[in-house]
Write a new protein. Sequence first.
Lengths: 295, 266
Amino acid sequence: MIDLSSATTRRAKRGLLREWRLHVLSVFSLSVAFVCLAAALLVVTNLQAVEKRWAHAGRASIYLKDDATSGDVQQLKDALSKVQGVTAVHYVSSGQARESFTTTDDPNGVLASLPAEAFPASIEIDVASDVTDDGLTEVVGKLRKLPAVDDVETYQSWTDRLARLVRGGVAASALLAVIVLLSVLAVVGSTMRFALQRRRAEVEVLRLVGATDRFVKAPFVIEGSLQGALGAIGAIILLGALFIIVHSRLDGELALLLGVEPSFLPWPVAVGMVALGAMLGATAASLGLRKLVHV
Amino acid sequence: MPVSDDESRPFRPKLRAGARFGAEAAQRPILMFEDVYKSYRPGAPVLRGMNLVIERGEFVFFTGASGAGKSTLLRLLYRAEMVDEGRILFMGRDVARLTHDSIPFLRRNIGCVFQDFKLVESWSVYENVAITLEVLGLPQRLIRARVGEALERVGLNGRGHDPAGVLSGGEQQRVAIARAIVGEPALLLADEPTGNLDPQLAIDILGLFEEIHEGGTTVIFATHDRTLLEIRPRRVVVLDAGKAMDVRAGVATPEKDGDFDNELPL
């Protein structure tokens, strides 16, 4: 427990003011460490949004066999229109598919020389965003069994890749969190030991007049806690500034590329980071001063 | 042996929060050294089976050559050092057997004054004195009143806001004394408190200790300054060859300063 009496807070305030250069340096170091963690969390947050968006991409391509007749196509279109959650059904013939590729993705005319089978006819369907992955998979399973259907592409592989990317991002964030934890312990611990050396006379006097370990340590723990919290706040401000700069310049392109609007760290994450900083700072100070000056 | 008016008050030593003492505690000597041994290097003991009893309310000079063990003795008392053998009973409790957590409570009963003052120079005079009471968790209003009284007793009334570092040596020592007495300790230890002061200031400071002693506080004053021993008719204990020798018993408070003429066999 920390003794938060007025004498303790006054001593902590005095220590912060007297050693302000040391504390500013420490807070800056912590901000750099925290910015790495915050950046990783920002990436993970946005990847999760992208994954969520693409998990409900709402599209599927039903590739038809070459021998599918116009009757088969119409029958399929009618059947799909009646499926719950399917909002639009659109037929793309082999010729339309070839035309689409050769005009947009084939400036050198390489695709144009491919045989007709390379561009199978398909039915493109739009699915409502509230349709779950399981629901779409069920529909796809049924479609694959139809005689005119060759294959169905739901873009699930993209979602899976994004999910793997998010998992990787979370793992990287966890690793960064451990690095940040060690950095905070090292930076705050060293700062507090240094501050203790500089305030050796004060500690000696406290010991002489009968101060308990807790009383001696309390201001240092408060200072460590403040350092950790300010380090995290500094990192959030720094990252926020960078985010605003990037967001203002690449807003449209990013949104187009990702399909979602990039967002900053949610406030619970930001508050959690500050709380984590404060807690780590207090712990680091407490651990750093395990062996107090004995008089 | 001097007996103060405060002897009649119930004596309630507190070496640990919540500790209870019987009435017989008041009858015990405040300090007993029993066969105390202490050495820093093998084969070169500073104290060799030292025995000594100090009653409550006494004023005792500890003297001896440099390295005789005066400072060691005091450090053993406030548990900055541990005895190798023997016992030091403070208010009937063996100081060596106190747990780490109990040491602060021992020190709250002992005021210490040192040659080098041991003040926090960046703190104000008030803060240097008030810390003794802040450690006890007293309310600020009470702290202000008691620090004011202590500063008045040592002649530093109105100097509370001055930074301790800018004071003269004599003034700094007065601040240290105020810090030592503000908690009304049972025992006041002074380790060469006049060592850094000129002779007249030294006599003034000694006078201050006498005044504090008259209030009932037991005082142990370690010094190698014979002048001080000769002008005050107090008990003198000489530390020599690791043992304590009583060379002069204390007498009643002199009528005035400097009227004591007794050649010490030092």
